[in-house]
Each structure stands twice: as structure tokens, then as C-alpha cells.
Design a protein around this ligand. Structure first.
Ligand code: MRU
Length: 365
């Protein structure tokens, strides 16, 4: 997508061979582009959220394997790289999916052939992500069109949580792709952006990207969504996901579950946009089986912002020594989900719905 008229992806390879990312820790204040040059840097970039968002984490890991194969293509190096990158973040399944894809291609090859093949597969994973998200946008557009028609062309109000926009993917975003397509289609659309404490991905990233693309939006505090739904101000919710189970339970950024409950209570459709690598066919019960990342309590006791003179500051908001819990994701049970918007189409969040949409993948463990 575009920043000041220039098209960017969130990760790419320069003609020189260098892999670059947008370092998201500095957004929305600074657009900092940094190279990732060795395995350790890739691991830090994922773990410390220089890059984040399930599909982008996967693409970054794939390039991390490729960079390591250029340095040391041995069997031991490949196995060790898989483990190191796989341990960076526990919840988004796209990470393991991308590493498995790399393994499938690289393991049978002789070490001398691995680097070129690894870069080719990492580039393909990135391109496939862009195309899947574009298709998700076209499929989700139908839902928005339908609501717009029913409202006689009046403004369609969408609520979203966290950042499931283009910075969370290679391009387009998942939850934002239908929104961008609706804007291109001339539909009057407005987005309510949950700030998404504690990392504020909504405030820092979603508002930034919507602003960059001239999409009408209001930033709201996380607790405002239920109130807006109760007052008929939200026509639909679209969120992304870090891992969706074979029966359609949806794991996503902490607070998603509360939005789904509020949506159900108020008759607001609750859709989840996801590329198929986000489906974990090996897991059924999301609440019991998905590992939830617990991050530092400092993210809860402190908030980050920019000072007048441009410095990034961390400000303490609770008494010194306050104990804090910081689960980063939650699981929305399938019965609260109206539908899953995938690259192949929209399906019910059920075992049967997913199996009918992906007959070639369902049941594979
Ligand atoms: O902790 P993050 O910022 O990596 O969490 C991101 C999310 O929860 C997104 O909603 C999810 O990855 C879907 S991204 C298309």
C-alpha cells in the first residue's frame, strides 16, 4: 500500500539481495526502514515486534531461513534455524506454517542448492500472501456492498480491533482489505478503530494506515465498542486472526472476544478475515489448545508515546511495583463468529464450513 505516494510492502528483498523491513516500533511517528542481515536479527525483529501480525511474522521467518542458508546451508544449521525462529512468538500459526513450507522445500536439497531455493520460496510466500489478501478483500467487499445496499447507500460503519492491516501482512491486510476495496468501489465507509491496549496497534498502526489512505475513521478506546454497538452505530465487525482452529474458534489480539460478545448481544455481524495459512488444522478447541503469549507486565504498567521534541517515551501509569498480567491474545469461540472471509470465499465458522472451503487441507494433521 502507499505511504506519501510511494508503494511499500512490509518486507521485501532489494536487488542487492538485502532483506528490508519497516521497523514498526517507530510508527506512526517515523518511517524507519532497516535491513535484517543475519538469523539473530530476524529472531529479534519477530520477538520484539519490529514486525508483527501473523502473516508478516510468517514471511519474515521465511526470509530469515533464506538469509541463514546463504551463510550456512548445512543440515544442522537448517534444523537449528527452524527451532530458533519457531520459538520467537508462540501464538500466530503462520510462523510455524512458513517454517514448515521452507523445510519442505529445503530438506531434500543438497546444501549447495539451498540458498537460492530458500530465497525463491520466501519470495513466493510473500507474493502468495499479497494475492490471498487481495482476494479476501474482494470476497469481503460483497458483505460491505450488501450492507450498503440495505442501508440505501448510507455510510457503512465497521469496527476493527488491533492492526490486521497491511503492516500486519505483506500487503493489503486481512481485515482492512475489504475496507480498501470498498473505498475503491465508491462505498461510503467509516471505521471505528479500537486503540488495542497495551501495545496500541489500533492507535499506532491502523489509524496511521487508514489516515495514509484517506479512509474515514475514528479512534476509540477499547471499551467504547459495546456502547457504539448498543446505539446502532456499528454495522459490522471485521477482525484478523493469529490462529483459527479446524472448527472455527478464532484466536486474535486480546479484547477480540469481548467485542464478539458485544456483537452477539447487539445483533451485529462479526466477521474474521484470514488467509488459509492462519488455519491450524491440528487444533480443534481453541480455548484449551492454543498457546497464548504472555508478554511483559511493563506493557500494562507503562504507556509509550512521543514527546514534543520527537523522543519516544515510556510513561509509568500505575504505582511502582504494581503486579500486572499481560496475555496478548484471546480466543473467540466459533459460535460467536458470523463468518470467515478467506481467499477462497466466505464460509461459516464450523468444522463443516471450513472443510467444504478447503477439502484439500481439512483433516490433515
Ligand atoms: O501482537 P501482534 O501485533 O502481532 O498481533 C496481531 C494481531 O493480533 C492481528 O490481528 C493478527 O495477527 C491478524 S493480522 C492480519
Amino acid at each position: 500500500m502507499k505511504i506519501d505516494g510511494t508503494h511499500y510492502r512490509s518486507i521485501w528483498r532489494e536487488p542487492s539481495g538485502e532483506v528490508r523491513i519497516i521497523d514498526q516500533r517507530w510508527l506512526p511517528h517515523d518511517l524507519r526502514i532497516v535491513p535484517l542481515t543475519n538469523r539473530a536479527e530476524f529472531a529479534v525483529a519477530i520477538r520484539d515486534m519490529w514486525v508483527r501480525g501473523a502473516p508478516l511474522i510468517g514471511a519474515t521467518a521465511a526470509y530469515g531461513v533464506a538469509v541463514q542458508m546463504a551463510a550456512d546451508p548445512s543440515d544442522a544449521s537448517l534444523a537449528e534455524t527452524y527451532d530458533i525462529l519457531n520459538e520467537t512468538r508462540p501464538t500466530a500459526i503462520n510462523l510455524r506454517w512458513a517454517l514448515d513450507e521452507m523445510m519442505k522445500v529445503l530438506k531434500p536439497l543438497s546444501p549447495a542448492d539451498r540458498a537460492a531455493a530458500a530465497f525463491a520460496r520466501a519470495a513466493a510466500i510473500s507474493d502468495e500472501d499479497v494475492e490471498m489478501n487481495r482476494q479476501i478483500g474482494l470476497n469481503g467487499l460483497e458483505i460491505i456492498r450488501d450492507i450498503s445496499r440495505r442501508k440505501g447507500g448510507k455510510r457503512v460503519n465497521v469496527l476493527t480491533h488491533c492492526n490486521a492491516g497491511w503492516p500486519a501482512t505483506v500487503d493489503w491486510g486481512t481485515a482492512t482489505s475489504p475496507i480498501y476495496h470498498a473505498v475503491e468501489d465508491g462505498i461510503d465507509i467509516h471505521v471505528f478503530v479500537d486503540e488495542t491496549r497495551p501495545r496500541n496497534q489500533g492507535a499506532q498502526l491502523t489509524s496511521w494506515e487508514l489516515n495514509s489512505h484517506g479512509v474515514s475513521h475514528d479512534l476509540i478506546v477499547d471499551n467504547a465498542g459495546g456502547h457504539l454497538m448498543q446505539h446502532g452505530e456499528v454495522d459490522l465487525v471485521i477482525v484478523g486472526t493469529d490462529r483459527t482452529t479446524a472448527r472455527g474458534d478464532v484466536c486474535n489480539k486480546i479484547g477480540t472476544y469481548l467485542k464478539a460478545l458485544a456483537a452477539k448481544a447487539n445483533g451485529v455481524p462479526f466477521y474474521v478475515a484470514l488467509p488459509s495459512p492462519t488455519i491450524d488444522w491440528t487444533v480443534v478447541d481453541g480455548v484449551k489448545e492454543i498457546p497464548i503469549e504472555e508478554r511483559s507486565g511493563v506493557e500494562v504498567t507503562h504507556v509509550q508515546g512521543r514527546s514534543e521534541d520527537g523522543r519516544i517515551l515510556s510513561v509509568q501509569i500505575s504505582p511502582t511495583g504494581t503486579p500486572a498480567r499481560n496475555p496478548a491474545f484471546d480466543v473467540t469461540p466459533a459460535e460467536l463468529v458470523t463468518g470467515l472471509i478467506t481467499e477462497r470465499g466466505i464460509c461459516p465458522a464450523t468444522t463443516e464450513g471450513l472443510a467444504a472451503m478447503f477439502p484439500d487441507r481439512a483433516g490433515r494433521r
